[in-house]
Design a protein around this ligand. Structure first.
Ligand SMILES: [Zn+2]
Length: 65
């Protein structure tokens, strides 16, 4: 499975240069920890609801073939 190639935007935000997945680290409202939210093409995932990092799906692979 393809790996994300992260391009750091700032300390708590990075974007995959392959699939365009955006990852944001956010401070937890109640606990002293960070949680992560991913977004891509209107889809969202986050660690608060137990999601794992979504797989890397290169745009070319979706549009091609
Ligand atoms: Zn990716």
């Amino acid at each position: 499975m393809a790996r994300h190639r992260w391009n750091k935007i700032h300390d708590h935000r990075k974007r995959c240069t392959v699939c365009g997945l955006l990852a944001d680290q956010r401070p937890h409202p109640y606990r002293r920890q960070w949680w992560t939210e991913w977004s891509r093409n209107g889809q969202y995932w986050n660690t608060l609801q137990g999601d794992k990092t979504p797989p890397c799906q290169p745009v070319d692979a979706v549009q091609g073939a």
